[in-house]
Ligand binder design. Sequence first.
Ligand code: SAH
Ligand code: SF4
Length: 430
Amino acid sequence: MTASAWPTCWAPLGYGVTDTPEGADLVVLNTCHIREKATEKVYSELGKLREQRETQAEAGGPRLGIVVAGCVAQAEGEEIMRRQPAVDLVVGPQAYHQLPELIARAHRARGERLAADFAPEEKFDALTAARNPTGVTAFLTVQEGCDKFCTFCVVPYTRGGEWSRPADAIEAEARALAEKGVREVTLLGQNVNAYEGQGGLAGLVKRLARIEGLDRIRYTTSHPRDMDDALIAAHGEVPELMPYLHLPVQAGSDKVLKAMNRAHTAESYVRLIEKIRAARPDIAISGDFIVGFPGERDADFEATLQLVREVGYAAAFSFKYSRRPGTPASAMPAQVAEEVKDERLARLNALLDEQARAFNDAQVGRELPVLFEKPGRHPGQLVGRSPYLQGVHVSAPDRLLGQIVTVKIGDASRNSLAGTLVGSGELEPV
Ligand code: SAH
Ligand code: SF4
């Protein structure tokens, strides 16, 4: 089997995990529907898997089972079955907890297709029991879905409305993770800061921060509209809450933001960042950007560059606008030519790269607490993360794995930092 997300819940079926698809009994393709490129890739991967199944069968090997999971499965299940008859099972994100049962059924009768009932609570509880952290960091889903309906985006259609998991269940899972040695959790949600449990996301963060052994908390992804005062204040009050915030803005032109239905302006976003920085001055900001949204003119794009200069990003993801069937923006006039998108993306990336580089360079000479996560590429080396999510390479003994240790940063590149241990490396700063 090739999959990393749910191995333990499949163990009862006799599956283990392999590193490569070759020779596997079952391959699960986890898919993303957000942009057209990601979707098209699914079909080319499926073509390759079908060939592999044939060669494997000719060589007398195991029959290769093919499962498509994720949002493409959810949105285009029937289309997948029609275009690629080799697929055994299609399963949307709302039904992962039923996977063992579905796989067993697919073994008996191929071509089983799932009609996923949306039962999120049941799903998370089932997956919780199965979760088996392998490292010192873990993801913890606290929220799903989106009601924002940005005009370019398929998420509200593929993942349904906003839903928050009960805080008690989240806390129980966080405690279990901490007991298994997890030191850092990242709270996940399509709109994580729309979390609706008591006290909102700020309340949840404070509750989790009290758990012994859980020293670092992050969350992603947030919408500027849901960044409330309590959450902003928490960044100044809760030392466990790491000074890094992914807060996508998408564009810097108010005309484009309005057409995107983002419910914020460039100005209100910049004010928000100022407020967050007032609460936590060293916070690193990252963002998402779309270039070439329908109707985006040169002046609109310049406004995006201007906003980027004003905010100063530590990291960012930038995309060419991708026309998604069924979304309002796909029917808008004045779609932007591909060459114009290419050119704008290159200019935006050059600026974002420069900022990421400058942010990393600014750490040189500082002493930072680093959580060591895994061995490095070279013997005697460990890799960890700074509070700002930068990878940090350090010569350090294995016994420091899972520890938070002060590191003096000596070197920076575009993607990571390198440094040396301060003192014996036994000290654990808060
Ligand atoms: N909920 C998050 C982001 C979810 S999707 C938010 O609102 O910020 C992740 C990113 O994919 C988005 O931030 C956006 O930048 C990008 N994206 C979504 N739909 C897209 C599309 N049709 N074309 C290009 N990029 C898109
Ligand atoms: Fe998509 Fe995020 Fe907008 Fe929701 S808030 S529609 S997930 S981009």
